[in-house]
Design a protein around this ligand. Structure first.
Ligand SMILES: *[C@@H]1O[C@H](CO)[C@@H](O)[C@H](O)[C@H]1NC(C)=O
Ligand SMILES: *[C@@H]1O[C@H](CO)[C@@H](O)[C@H](O)[C@H]1NC(C)=O
Ligand SMILES: *[C@@H]1O[C@H](CO)[C@@H](O)[C@H](O)[C@H]1NC(C)=O
Ligand SMILES: *[C@@H]1O[C@H](CO)[C@@H](O)[C@H](O)[C@H]1NC(C)=O
Ligand SMILES: *[C@@H]1O[C@H](CO)[C@@H](O)[C@H](O)[C@H]1NC(C)=O
Length: 736
């Protein structure tokens, strides 16, 4: 099986470390030599690891394909735990790859080396299978190799015959300072020799190296003639090398690869089991669980790994630390990263309540120590902002849903919200806070004259202000409530009532400092004033005041016409509507507000059918589209920053969500078929339910939503505008 090649040295190079933006602690394996070869692989590798701990007939992790939707590299496919610190990845194209939950295998074809990877919370476990009969197999760490937008600054590495440890300093997050990643890579065998290198010079028998700028690292040479398998447990820490070693030893004490992998699978299984679905095809389940899996990769739970501060609550317990917030950012991509607040956090409020409490506490803690809550955050630094201060949306939602009510410090939380609403961050506004807030306050909108994204930012600031007004109301701060509710109308200042396109009148378009609209704006083109979307799209993005939007659009009939046109091209990739654009996520649900719920269902169903095929899933910007899909698959949809869910139409006939260890929310649609997609009637907790929406409190102690399905829309549900059965729009839900 193994063939010897001219070169006998088989080398695997582990490039440590860190791609910052995202996957802090990505381990990357690559190859050193370039001798071509075409060897095949059929070793006995880690057996398919299903934990013995947990006997069951059907493993939900079997439905997860970590590679689904990965095309543009905006999602992470490698082994990690749910919300884990370490994400173990690879960086080579010249390899055969195989990914499963908690496991990856790479066959490095040129060298006949197989690498298997698995992970615990802070430690990656690597298993290298070298060709036998080779007396010098190499493993290398290169601290300077970094995957994304960042750069290596400096670092140091020390080596013994079975350990390489040290740190690298990196700078990649545009606004963040340099930061250190400590690592400790321990081996289960002793090296026969080791080397260090810096700037191209390799030193034999050298046990220490430090330096900046250039390639730096260490190489271990193993005699693999007697046993060709080498394992390495690589602990990562943001605190110290010692802590990295400690994590590696504690998390993987016996070098047991299969057990580590089993535990990872088990950890994922436990999370996936919280939402169980029946009645769909296997393909649909595969899409469902792959998407659900993806929602839990970031943010990373870095509790215990915060190098900058440590804080405790009133009960003396540590306040959680989260990082890698909101996204994997690819600045050049057309993906919209800033969006976990729209669907991911709302999804967590259903099945990850402890997480969402921890995340909220972490956001408030970040405000306390850095001055602002993040909009995106990575490498322990806030940045980048692209729109509003959307931590506001998360806080408002958790507050209104009363999750962790007595655990979250709402006094500090409210201060964090007011900071966003009041303090212009000036030049630092690209990293945190609301850029050009002073203009927003002075003019009532951000003038287009010199500021990018002036319209999209004005809209988001308005929505953020509305969220703050709801929290103020809940805290009994009446003056603030009125103040921010009024400020939430700012978007109306950018509504140009005469702008007409395709027979539709009234659009959000740029306005100058002199108060004049830029009427030459083409509402079908992305422009300077809108972040990655057209004025047409953004002119529907007023989730906090849909009634006013309907009114400004010329009333219900005109609004319906506008929506129909928006979704008329069923590629759903037009300047009117791009299903992937996060600011358009909510738009298919707008029919609810004119009592045409069934039209929302038609559009959503069609998008799911056309765009979420098993062999061609859309690539995702982190997890936003994944959680968008999950909501539509379970047949409800959240209004972000609120406590409201709209009822659409599920894709499974039975869905059970474990909200807490003792609370279940069940959605049933027993007579759902591919044709019976419309709702005929609804019962919520055994009560006839006349509205197309409900509140979190209706299900907070568990509940059953029963949907009777039919092949055409009902005339009686939701209740109409007759004398005795008045239509209750979700838009009227917060009238005070
Ligand atoms: C490995 O084998 C080669 C060829 O058999 C030999 O020249 C070399 O000295 C050996 N190296 C070690 C470290 O034993
Ligand atoms: C590695 O070498 C150390 C001494 O340097 C020895 O104590 C240890 O047993 C060796 N480990 C293995 C796995 O051979
Ligand atoms: C490597 O260093 C150790 C300790 O300094 C020494 O005992 C050993 O002889 C050296 N080996 C080589 C090959 O230089
Ligand atoms: C970023 O996205 C662009 C466009 O989608 C893609 O071409 C590029 O490869 C991506 N870059 C990375 C590092 O993923
Ligand atoms: C629908 O949109 C696609 C993509 O923008 C475009 O190529 C196609 O011509 C449109 N179809 C119609 C009927 O307008």
């Amino acid at each position: 099986m193994w063939k010897l090649k001219k070169k006998t040295t088989k080398s695997v190079y582990i490039y440590a470390i860190v791609t910052t933006l995202v996957l802090v602690s990505l381990y990357i394996i690559s190859i050193f030599d370039i001798t071509p070869s075409h060897l095949s692989y059929d070793y006995t590798l880690s057996s398919s690891a299903k934990p013995k701990i947990h006997e069951k007939s059907e493993w939900l992790t079997n439905f997860v394909d970590p590679l689904i939707g990965i095309r543009d590299g905006n999602v992470f496919p490698g082994p990690c735990l749910p919300f884990g610190v370490v994400k173990v990845g690879i960086d080579t194209r010249d390899a055969g790859l195989s990914y499963e939950v908690g496991y990856a295998r790479i066959g490095l074809k040129r060298y006949d080396v197989v690498v298997e990877l698995t992970a615990s919370r802070r430690t990656g476990l690597h298993r290298y299978i070298f060709p036998p009969l080779i007396n010098e197999s190499h493993i290398m760490i290169d601290l300077s190799h970094i995957n994304t937008h960042g750069r290596y600054v400096s670092g140091a590495i020390s080596v013994t015959s079975n350990e390489m440890k040290g740190f690298g300093r990196y700078k990649d997050w545009r606004f963040g300072p340099e930061y250190s990643v400590y690592f400790c890579s321990q081996f289960d065998k002793n090296a026969s020799e080791y080397y260090t290198f810096w700037n191209g010079v390799i030193k034999s028998n050298s046990s220490f190296e430090s330096g900046g700028l250039y390639s730096i690292g260490a190489i271990m040479a193993f005699d693999t003639t007697k046993g060709s398998i080498i394992k390495s447990r690589v602990g990562i820490s943001f605190i110290s090398t010692d802590q990295a070693c400690k994590s590696a030893q504690e998390e993987i004490p016996n070098w047991d690869f299969d057990l580590t992998r089993e535990k990872a699978v088990e950890a994922w299984e436990v999370e996936l089991e919280k939402i169980q679905v029946t009645g769909g095809t296997d393909d649909l389940k595969k899409i469902f669980y792959s998407n659900l899996y993806r929602t839990m990769i970031i943010p990373s739970d870095r509790t215990g790994e915060n190098p900058n501060w440590i804080s405790f609550d009133k009960n003396g317990r540590i306040i959680p630390t989260y990082d890698d917030f909101f996204t994997i950012v690819n600045f050049t991509s057309d993906k919209m990263p800033r969006s976990t607040f729209r669907t991911t956090i709302p999804l967590f409020t259903l099945f990850q309540q402890q997480r969402v409490i921890d995340i909220t506490r972490s956001l408030i803690d970040i405000y306390r120590y850095t001055g602002y809550m993040p909009d995106g955050r990575c490498g322990m630094a806030n940045g980048i902002t692209q729109g509003g201060t959307n931590s506001d949306m998360i806080l408002a939602e958790i507050f209104l849903k009363e999750i962790g009510k007595n655990i979250i410090d709402w006094e500090a939380g409210y201060k964090a919200l007011l900071k966003d609403a009041k303090a212009d961050p000036y030049w630092y506004g690209q990293a945190e806070g609301r850029m050009n807030l002073r203009h927003y306050l002075y003019y009532g909108y951000i003038p287009s004259t010199s500021f990018a994204d002036s319209c999209s930012r004005t809209l988001e600031y308005s929505t953020n202000d509305y969220a703050i007004s709801l929290v103020a109301k809940g805290l009994g701060k009446t003056e603030d409530h009125i103040k921010y509710k009024t400020r939430a109308n700012s978007w109306q200042n950018l509504w140009c009532p005469d702008k007409t396109e395709n027979g539709i009148t009234g659009f959000i378009i740029p306005k100058r400092t002199d108060g004049k609209f830029d009427t030459s704006t083409n509402v079908l083109h992305e422009g300077f004033s809108f972040l990655k979307g057209s004025p047409w799209e953004y002119s529907l993005d007023i989730p906090h005041d849909v009634n006013k939007l309907i009114q400004l659009s010329g009333g219900i009939a005109n609004f319906e016409k506008r929506l129909d046109l928006t979704f008329s091209n069923s590629t759903y990739e037009t300047p009117l509507f791009k299903f992937r654009n996060v600011h358009s996520f909510f738009h298919p649900c707008l029919y609810h507000f004119i009592n045409k719920q069934w039209k929302s269902v038609s559009v959503i169903r069609d998008i799911l059918e056309k765009k979420f095929k098993i062999d061609s899933l859309p690539d995702d910007a982190s997890d936003a589209l994944s959680s968008w899909f999950i909501f539509h698959a379970i047949g409800i949809y959240p209004i972000a920053g609120r406590d409201i869910y709209l009822i659409n139409s599920p894709q499974f006939s039975s869905i059970s969500i474990q909200m807490s260890p003792t609370t279940q929310f069940i959605i049933k649609a027993p007579n759902l078929t591919p044709r019976n997609i419309y709702i005929r009637s609804v019962k919520l907790n055994d009560k006839d339910w006349k509205m197309s929406w409900f509140r979190h409190k209706d299900i907070e102690n568990g509940g059953v939503l029963e949907l009777e399905m039919g092949n055409e829309p009902s005339k009686k549900w939701p209740a109409g505008d007759s004398e005795d059965e008045k239509f209750v729009s979700p838009a009227s839900s917060d009238d005070f």
